[in-house]
Structure formats: C-alpha cells, structure tokens
Design a protein around this ligand. Structure first.
Ligand SMILES: NC(=O)c1ccc[n+]([C@@H]2O[C@H](COP(=O)([O-])OP(=O)(O)OC[C@H]3O[C@@H](n4cnc5c(N)ncnc54)[C@H](OP(=O)(O)O)[C@@H]3O)[C@@H](O)[C@H]2O)c1
Length: 309
C-alpha cells in the first residue's frame, strides 16, 4: 500500500463547507496543503488557514497535472449542491453534475499523469436503496436515480485510478450538517428560529448524517487506508423525526409547522435520494481508519452546532 510519506496533498473543495474544517486539521497534522481556489478572496481564505492556493480549472486535466506535480495525494471534494430555494429550478444541478463527471475524470487523469499515489473522491450515501430499519453496508446493491448517476461516475473514476496502480478511496458521506457556513445547515436553523422545522422524508425514515468536523477528520484518517469504498457517517443514524427533534431541542424553539417530510418524495428523482430510509453503517471505515466520530449522533452534533453559533 502506498503510504502518504512526504505529506504533500492537493485539495479541491477546500473553501467549502467540509473544506473549511479540513484545511486547518490537515495543517495541524503537519501536512502541506495546496488548495484549488477560484478567486483572490478564496486564495486569502486558504492562506489564512495555512494552505497554499492554486488557481487552476477543475476541468483542465493538463493544468491539474502540472499543479499536482510533487503531491502524494489528491483529495477531490469539489461540489455545487443547489441551496434549498434553488433545488428544483431547471439547471440548478448542472454545475454539480459536471463537477462529479468531467471534473472527477480530469482530476483522476491528472493524478495518474502526475504520478500521484493516492486519490480520495467524495461521494454520498444517497446511492443506497430505501431500506427501512435494515442496516446498510458497502456491499449493498445501489439504487441509482438520475440525480445520483454523477456520483457513481465519480466513484468509477477513483476505482479506475486504483485499478491502474494507485490507491483510490471513495468516501460515501452522509448528510452534512454543522457550523461554518454550510448553506443547508444555515437554512435549517433559520427556519427553525422562525418556528418551521424542516424534516426531510417520512418520520420513521433513517437519515445517515455526519457532522462537518467529523467529516473533515475522516478525510484526514482516509489518507492512510487501502483502496476501497467507505461509508462516512455517524455511529447512530436517527430517523428523520429524531434528527429534526434533535435540531429543535438544540435551537430551543417549539415549531408551529414541520415539513415537508414524506411530501418531499413529490420532487421525484431530485429528492428521492433524500426521502429514502438509509440506516448506514460506518463500521468498515472505522475499522480501516481507526476513526470514530466525535459526535456519535445528531443529538450531540446539533447541540454542538447551535452552541458554535
Ligand atoms: N454529503 C452531503 O450532504 C453534502 C455534500 C456536498 C455538499 N453538501 C451541502 O451542500 C451545500 C452547498 O454546498 P456546495 O456543494 O456548494 O458546497 P460547498 O460546501 O459550498 O463547497 C463546494 C466547494 O467546491 C468548490 N467548487 C464548486 N464549484 C467548483 C468548480 N467549478 N471548480 C472548482 N471548485 C469548485 C467550491 O469552491 P468556491 O469556494 O470557489 O465556490 C467549494 O470549495 C452545503 O451546505 C453543503 O454542506 C452536502
């Protein structure tokens, strides 16, 4: 197995919800981090966190290959998930689809040609089928709707990287929540303070989630594990009702309205992934990476998120 020796890592998505937690953790662990940026403002952001900014297009395999030279690992966390208000708008998912298909292909190709030993690729647990209260591990058959096809394409690019001699790690993250500017979290808390409790899916549907700080520490731990696909979520997936109750308890305002719940399924394949019951196990990753979430469930995670302000 290719160990990450000289600690030089190239990160995409380093300025986003998970990236903002990840860069300081990598730097604190003594890693040298180069982060892809798209503006001077974001370059200053990553520099403040101890990383070196690199302005290169995510879709330019040659440019990326030059930028990746001398790096041992590439961590591909770039995404463009529409905010709740834009979720159903035509074209709202176009950027994210391109990032997960063309972007991840260019990153994998560039990593190969630059001789990078390890590639970590972000994916999501939403590719798993609706499974009631049955525990789901990485051997489960996928139920891919059109909106998740780009995730599967990104996973394939990382697997191909492994087949060609590198270490290719796919991280299937649960639903992100946490402090630090994640738009979905900010929206949920804003609505909760207005006494509207946002609940995704039917009350008894299990929702695999992960606090953003834990998602970031998982990425650091994933720099030492063998090729493969791993679920990265908390220890105790809660039902949608329990997840929302934990958020409400943390905010401390009794809701007057709760939703959209099961109605979200009316969104068709755009929301199908969010309304499924997915009781996802993180055991494989915990064993491989010797990692545990600091927030074993959203009960602890929401309390910490609200406390962080
Ligand atoms: N598993 C999950 O539940 C999950 C997964 C992903 C995102 N989300 C949530 O979705 C919400 C919106 O997030 P988001 O997807 O916009 O992510 P985000 O958290 O804002 O981060 C996206 C990252 O990707 C970068 N990026 C976007 N488009 C790019 C491009 N064309 N080329 C290079 N880099 C690019 C962004 O760079 P810039 O800073 O330059 O924009 C940023 O660093 C957040 O609340 C997040 O938590 C959830």
């Amino acid at each position: 197995m290719t160990r990450w020796t000289s600690n030089e890592g190239f990160l995409t998505g380093g300025t986003g919800a998970i990236g903002r937690h990840l860069v300081p953790k990598l730097v604190a662990e003594g890693h040298k981090v180069t982060a892809l940026v798209r503006s001077a403002e974001k370059a200053a952001q990553v520099e403040r966190q101890g990383a070196v900014p690199a302005e290169v297009s995510l879709f330019d395999a040659d440019g990326l290959a030059t930028a990746f030279e001398g790096h041992d690992a590439v961590i591909n966390l770039a995404t463009a998930i529409p905010s709740t208000s834009r979720y159903f708008l035509p074209g709202a998912w176009k950027s994210n689809f391109r990032i997960r298909t063309e972007g991840s292909a260019a990153v994998a190709k560039a990593a190969r040609s630059a001789g990078v030993g390890r590639l970590l690729q972000e994916s999501v647990v939403f590719v798993y089928p609706d499974s009631g209260d049955k525990w789901i591990d990485e051997s489960a058959e996928l139920d891919v709707v059109p909106s998740s096809e780009p995730n599967v394409a990104a996973e394939e690019n990382a697997r191909r990287f492994a087949e060609q001699g590198g270490v290719g790690v796919v991280l299937r993250f649960g639903y992100f929540y946490g402090p630090g500017g994640a738009i979905h979290t900010e929206e949920i808390l804003k609505f909760a303070r207005l006494r509207f409790a946002m609940q995704l899916g039917g009350r008894n549907a299990y929702q695999a989630a992960i606090h953003l700080e834990d998602a970031a520490s998982a990425v650091v731990a994933a720099l030492e594990i063998p090729s493969g696909t791993y679920n990265v979520c908390d220890d105790e997936p809660l039902t949608a009702r329990e997840f929302t109750d934990a958020m409400i308890a943390a905010v401390g305002r009794r809701p007057l309205l709760r939703g959209p719940g099961r109605l979200l399924a009316l969104g068709g394949n755009k929301t199908a992934a969010l309304t499924r019951s997915q009781r996802v196990s993180n055991q494989r990753f915990k064993d491989a990476a010797n990692w545990s979430p600091h927030y074993p469930s959203a009960r602890e995670g929401w309390a910490a998120t609200v406390a962080a302000g």
